[in-house]
Design a protein around this ligand. Structure first.
Ligand SMILES: [Zn+2]
Length: 386
C-alpha cells in the first residue's frame, strides 16, 4: 500500500510508527520533509557475488548449456587475484542499490566476508554439484569441511545447496532436496526438460564432455515434476523460464518461492520467466539478479524495471513485493516497515517529478542500475550464534 504525504517515525534505525504525516507530527513533533518516495530496503534473492570478476566475460544468446561451457572456460582463465576486489566493488553496488538482505550462492564461501562486513543479512547457499555419485559425495565432504572451518558469521545463514537437476547425481539430488530448505536452479532452459525426459540433448552432451555419466531416459516428465514433490515452503527455486501448466500447478502446491532473474535469462537464452502465469498460479515470488557474469547489475529495482517493460499488463504495485521478500532468504523483517523492527528504510528522490503511481516510479529507473535510492535507516539484523 502506498501513502501520499506519508511519514515514518524512527528511533535510530528502528521504525517506531508509519502513517500520514499529520498524524505522526501530532504524536512526535515536526518532521524532516523529503521530496521522495520512501520504501523498505530491498532483497536480492539470487546472486553469485564470487563471480563478480567475470562481469562481461561470458557471451550469451545460445542457451544455457552453451553459456555454462563458456562460463567454465572464463572462470578457469580468469585472474583469481581480481576476485576479492571485484567482490568488494559488487558489495558496494548492492548497498548503493538499497539491498539489505541477499540470497547469495557460493562454491567457495569467499563471499561471506565482504557481505558480513557490509552488514548484509540473509543466506549464503553453499552450492555443491557432481553428476556422478562419488563426485557429489566428495564435493559435499569438502563443502562440509569448509563450513566447519568458518569463523562466526554475523547475520548470514550458510546452507548446503544443490546446483541444478542436470549437474547433480539423481540419488544425491533427492537426498539434498529432502534436507533443510535451500536453493535450486530450476527450469532455466528447455534443454533441462529434454535432459530429464531423454537423458540426452545439449545437457547430455555437456555432461559427456565434462566426464560425467550419461543421463537416464524417463527420469521425469519435467525438471519441476522431478523436484517439486520434495520441496517445502522454505525452498527457493531459481529462474523458472520453461514451465507448462502442470509445472505451474506443482510449483504452487509445494509452496517453494520462485526467484526470477529476467535480465540473466535474456542474456543467456533470449527468454524470460512467464510472470503473469506465475502470478495467476499463486506461486510465491522473489527477485534476484544472478551474477554479474550474466546480468548488468545487482540492483533489484533494475531487475523489476526489466519485468515492468516486458510485462506492461502487470501493475507495478504487483512487482515491488518481489523485491521485499526478506522471508525468502531468512531475513523476515526486511521488506516491511513494521513498527518495532529495523528493516532498513530508503528514499527514492523525486527530483521535482510529479508522480501519480509511486510503484511505477520505482520500477522505471534507467538501466543498468534502476531507480536511485538513498539510505535513511539501515537494517539491523538478528545475529545468528553459529
Ligand atoms: Zn544462479
Amino acid at each position: 500500500m502506498a501513502l501520499r504525504d506519508g511519514a515514518v517515525a524512527l528511533d535510530g534505525d528502528d521504525v517506531v510508527a508509519v502513517g500520514p504525516v499529520a498524524e505522526l507530527t501530532a504524536r512526535f513533533g515536526a518532521a524532516e520533509r523529503l521530496d521522495a518516495v520512501l520504501l523498505p530496503a530491498l532483497v536480492n534473492a539470487h546472486l553469485h557475488l564470487e563471480l563478480s570478476h567475470l562481469a562481461g566475460a561470458v557471451p550469451g544468446g545460445a542457451g544455457l548449456p552453451a553459456w555454462i561451457e563458456a562460463f567454465v572456460e572464463a572462470r578457469r582463465a580468469a585472474n583469481a587475484a581480481q576476485a576479492a576486489p571485484a567482490m568488494a566493488q559488487a558489495t558496494s553496488q548492492l548497498l548503493a542499490a538499497g539491498v539489505a538482505a541477499v540470497g547469495d550462492v557460493s562454491n567457495t564461501l569467499d563471499s561471506l566476508a565482504p557481505l558480513t562486513a557490509a552488514g548484509l543479512a540473509g543466506t549464503v547457499f553453499h552450492e555443491v554439484f557432481g553428476a556422478a555419485p562419488e563426485r557429489l559425495a566428495a564435493a559435499r565432504q569438502a563443502a562440509r569441511a569448509r563450513r566447519d572451518a568458518l569463523p562466526a558469521r554475523g547475520a548470514l545463514r550458510v546452507v548446503e545447496s544443490p546446483h541444478a537437476v542436470y549437474s547433480t547425481d539423481p540419488a544425491g539430488l533427492l537426498e539434498l532436496l529432502s534436507g533443510p530448505p535451500a536453493s535450486l536452479h530450476l527450469a532455466e532452459d528447455p534443454a533441462e526438460r529434454a535432459f530429464v525426459i531423454t537423458g540426452e540433448g545439449p545437457f547430455g552432451a555437456l555432461r559427456a564432455r565434462m566426464g560425467g555419466p550419461v543421463g537416464q531416459a524417463g527420469w521425469a516428465r519435467s525438471p519441476v515434476a522431478l523436484a517439486a514433490p520434495h520441496l517445502t515452503p522454505g525452498w527457493l527455486t531459481v529462474h523458472l523460464v520453461d514451465l507448462d501448466d502442470a509445472d505451474l500447478a506443482a510449483l504452487a502446491a509445494c509452496g517453494a518461492t520462485a526467484v526470477l532473474c529476467p535480465r540473466s535469462n535474456l542474456h543467456v537464452g533470449g527468454s524470460r520467466p512467464p510472470l503473469p502465469r506465475l502470478l495467476a498460479a499463486g506461486v510465491p515470488l522473489a527477485i534476484g539478479t544472478d551474477s554479474l557474469a550474466s546480468s548488468p547489475s545487482l540492483a533489484p529495482l533494475a531487475e523489476l524495471a526489466a519485468l515492468h517493460v516486458a510485462f506492461p499488463g502487470v501493475p507495478a504495485s504487483a512487482l515491488l513485493p518481489l523485491g521485499w521478500n526478506g522471508a525468502a532468504v531468512g531475513a523476515p523483517t526486511v521488506g516491511r516497515l513494521a513498527p518495532g523492527t529495523s528493516p532498513g528504510l530508503l528514499a527514492a528522490p523525486l527530483d521535482g517529478a510529479r508522480v501519480s503511481d509511486p510503484f511505477r516510479f520505482l520500477v522505471s529507473g534507467p538501466a543498468p542500475l534502476g531507480r536511485r535510492v538513498e539510505w535513511l535507516a539501515r537494517h539491523r539484523p538478528v545475529v545468528h550464534a553459529s
